[in-house]
Design a protein around this ligand. Structure first.
Ligand code: HEM
Length: 476
């Protein structure tokens, strides 16, 4: 009996302790625990993955109306918190690397870019390497890249007085009219110009086919599965690793022959060779190769996709096409057929058309960071959430760029929305489209393209067939 009482008392004590502990924890629980973002309801374990695999945009379209602009997805042992819209995503873009870092979430790039660069190195080194990128893309360098193309075209006495146009016409099989896939042509054109301005004369003149094939293998080695398992022993990854090794050998040869000949060229390769860390250390050959590969990856698909969308929208919206052609006429009246970086920067109408295509179709649809400190956000309807450290934080330009409270008629292509309060100019990106407008009459003959959500860099689905007819734009 005594023993029974003892057990009863102990039971009561345990229950009482639990109740009191719960009560205390409820009363003194830090506010952050009470304000964690809502969580997407999914099946246990693989539910999050299934939702994610359907595509982040589909998920955001479904969840934002239900949960608001801040919510969390449980993906295996990770928590991904989405911050959608400028009110809550400001911290994402402004936070320091010690608060929100890229290194962990972009690790999957390491086998492609190679060791010792970008996401394989500490932030302090990466910051310096980003400075090398910035310096290689400064206006004085960009001016040089454009001028270099023009000079070369003139010295070769090309009929068209411009190298790129010649490439374009060559790629059009030399005819004066016909039907081509705009997407393919722009991809091809951009890899050619990138090889010239980024990778250098040696690659463009002698090694273009080899290097393109190797880049193709690198490209195909970056699959959605690679984001989660970058070293999975699959054929695509093996081809990627072989290609990376061969590219490295090619660039080490080029760099050492440039160095031993004391030759200097006006391209990004040269900028990286001459770049120096703050302590005076020069870049190694392996670093130069890695930085070049990273630059090509950052710029190639993003640029060709944006050019293709701009082309397709202009062909669908004749009013904006006429405005772009009119602008070309005015610039030709002012500068004749001369083209340089500054003249490209005067193409405001074209710039707005590109910016609007980019608003509707940003090629990088989801940006990620790893959170190292707790932080809070306040939504536009006044709700406050605390995001605990350890979460992966995500934002989606593709979704945020179509928020109806930010952009009127968000799904409509309307470059004039950027007439007021324009951002900084990026003349270089209008480069390819400007050629087409001056020198070709174009007509879209396939249906307006859809988005290819399955690609890592989200682009244009299928072909974009255009009928072209060569013309010399009259300035009268
Ligand atoms: C239409 C063309 C382009 C688009 C849409 C684009 C988009 C972006 C975006 C969204 C980021 C930020 C990623 C993040 O914060 O997680 C980024 C970073 C970067 N991009 Fe681009 N990009 C374009 C062209 C280029 C080109 C041509 C280059 C170089 C040749 C380049 C080099 C870089 C580099 C080095 C970074 C990292 C810089 C940093 O985070 O401070 N991009 N790009």
């Amino acid at each position: 009996m005594e023993a029974d009482d003892k057990f009863l008392n102990m039971g009561i004590l345990i229950v009482a302790t639990l109740v009191v502990a719960k009560l205390i924890s409820f009363l003194i629980m830090p506010r952050s625990k009470k304000r964690v973002p809502p969580v997407i309801k999914t099946w246990p374990v693989i539910g999050g993955l299934l939702r994610f695999m359907k595509g982040p945009i589909v998920m955001l379209r479904e969840e934002c109306p239900k949960l608001g602009n801040v919510f969390t997805l449980n993906l295996f042992n990770k928590k991904i918190t989405f911050l959608i819209g400028p009110e809550v995503s400001a911290h994402f873009f402004k936070a320091s690397e010690s608060d929100l870092s890229q290194q962990e979430v972009y690790q999957f790039n390491v086998p492609t870019f190679g060791p010792g660069v970008v996401f394989d190195v500490d932030y302090s080194v990466r910051q310096e390497q980003f400075r090398f990128f910035t310096e290689a893309l400064r206006v004085n360098k960009l001016k040089g890249y454009v001028d270099q193309m023009v000079t070369e075209a003139e010295s070769d006495m090309l009929e068209e007085n411009f190298l790129l146009l010649n490439i374009w016409t060559t790629s059009l099989n030399g005819g004066d009219s016909g039907v081509v896939d705009l997407k393919y042509e722009l991809e091809h054109l951009i890899i050619l110009t990138a090889s010239r301005c980024l990778l250098g004369r040696e690659v463009r003149d002698k090694l273009f086919d080899d290097v393109s094939a190797l880049f193709h293998d690198l490209d195909n080695g970056m699959l959605p599965i690679s984001v989660i398992f970058p070293y999975l022993p699959i054929p695509a990854h093996r081809r990627r690793d072989r290609a990376r090794k061969k590219l490295s050998e090619i660039f080490v040869n080029i760099i050492s022959s440039r160095k031993s000949a004391g030759k200097s060229e006006n391209d990004m390769l040269q900028c990286f060779i001459e770049s120096k860390y703050k302590d005076g250390r020069p870049t190694t050959e392996a670093e130069v190769t890695g930085l070049l590969i990273a630059a090509l990856f950052a710029g190639q698909h993003t640029s060709s996709i944006t050019s293709t969308w701009t082309g397709a929208y202009l062909l669908r919206h004749k009013e904006f096409l006429s405005a772009v052609v009119e602008e070309q006429k005015q610039l030709m009246q002012k500068h004749g057929s001369k083209v340089d970086h500054d003249i490209l920067s005067e193409m405001d109408t074209l710039y707005r058309c590109i910016k609007e295509a980019l608003r509707l179709h940003p090629p990088l649809i989801m940006l990620l960071r790893s959170s190292h400190t707790d932080f809070s956000v306040k939504t536009r309807d006044g709700k406050e959430y605390d995001i605990p450290k350890g979460h992966i934080v995500a934002t989606s330009p593709a979704f945020a760029n179509r928020l109806p409270y930010i952009y009127k008629d968000p799904d409509t292509y309307d470059p004039d929305r950027f007439r007021v309060g324009e951002g900084r100019r990026q003349g270089g990106r209008g480069f390819f489209i400007y050629f087409l407008r001056r020198n070709f009459e174009l007509e879209l003959v396939s249906p307006f393209p859809e988005t290819d959500w399955n690609a890592m860099v989200v682009g244009v689905k299928g072909k974009v067939m255009v009928r072209y007819k060569r013309r010399q734009l009259s300035v009268d």
